[in-house]
Write a protein that binds this ligand. Structure first.
Ligand SMILES: OSc1ccc(O)cc1O
Ligand SMILES: [Zn+2]
Length: 263
């Protein structure tokens, strides 16, 4: 199977020119979460996000998604608890979405797809001094995944949606301040699944403790439509390509356990 071979062909989305094979890839992401196979771990603690909106700096289009970046030079915006032994610093959040509401998430729950998925990326500041260091280590990153469903308008998200037309093209960046990422978390953050995996974009390194929220958030159809108005391509390119379907194909579980914080 794909797990036994030394290399896992990460059938990357055609747009990603990254490595086609990841050495020793036996903990790749994303995966399908099979609820009945997840194992309750009563030792899992509540998650403790502690974010300072003043650390929000900019929003930019990196050609894969759009990222909201935070100042991670101090421990002002942190995540601890849950499955984590150390303190992790928020460095950015981004999303993955589809060309239509029928698909777009990277993880699935019993094969159920969501129209989009939020990733809040943190790195282990107890053990490393830079994200670039932590991203290479197996306990380096902690990423919170939140599923998005289409429904009522998300008031907190609107400030971010209004900034997107200014970063339509790849490599465009604008200042973006005072955004509290906690507003994107569901009301219940105590119920989650957690497993060890990887980035889903290059360099696909196997450094992520994934924390996938059971409860989704709702955004409006129109808000999600603005995500789809972004472009993969830079302003100089002749052919403009809509930034949609920026999700990776699912990867083999390779015997990994998915733990749950709830029964
Ligand atoms: O797409 S997932 C992902 C992307 C970048 C990163 O720094 C961490 C991540 O988990
Ligand atoms: Zn992501």
């Amino acid at each position: 199977t794909a797990c036994s071979s030394k290399y896992v062909l990460s059938q990357m989305h055609p747009m990603w020119q990254g490595p086609l094979a990841v050495p020793g890839g036996d903990r790749q992401s994303p995966i399908d979460i099979v609820v009945r196979k997840s194992v309750l771990d009563s030792a899992l603690k509540p998650l403790v996000p502690d974010y300072d909106p003043d650390t929000c700096q900019q929003i930019w289009n990196n050609g894969y998604s759009f990222l909201v970046e935070y100042d991670d030079t101090t421990d002002k915006s942190t995540l601890k608890g849950g499955p984590l032994q150390d303190k992790f610093r928020l460095c950015q959040f981004h999303f993955h979405w589809g060309e239509c509401n029928a698909w777009g998430s990277e993880h699935t729950v019993d094969k159920r797809l969501f129209p989009a998925e939020l990733h809040m990326v943190h790195w282990n500041s107890d053990k490393y001094s830079l994200f670039e260091e932590a991203v290479m280590e197996d306990n380096g990153l902690a990423v919170i995944g939140v599923f998005l469903k289409v429904g009522k308008r998300h008031e907190g998200l609107q400030k971010l949606v209004d900034a997107l037309p200014a970063i339509r093209h790849k490599d465009s960046v604008v200042e973006f301040t005072r955004f509290d990422p906690a507003c994107l978390l569901p009301s219940n953050i105590d119920d989650y699944w957690t497993y060890h995996g990887s980035l889903t974009t290059p360099p696909l390194t196997e450094s992520v403790s994934w924390i996938i929220m059971k409860q989704h958030i709702e955004v409006s159809h129109d808000q999600l439509a603005v995500f789809r108005s972004l472009l993969f391509t830079s302003a100089e390119e002749d052919v403009q390509k809509s930034m949609v379907n920026n999700f990776r194909v699912q990867q083999p579980l390779c015997g990994r356990n998915v733990r749950s914080s709830f029964s």
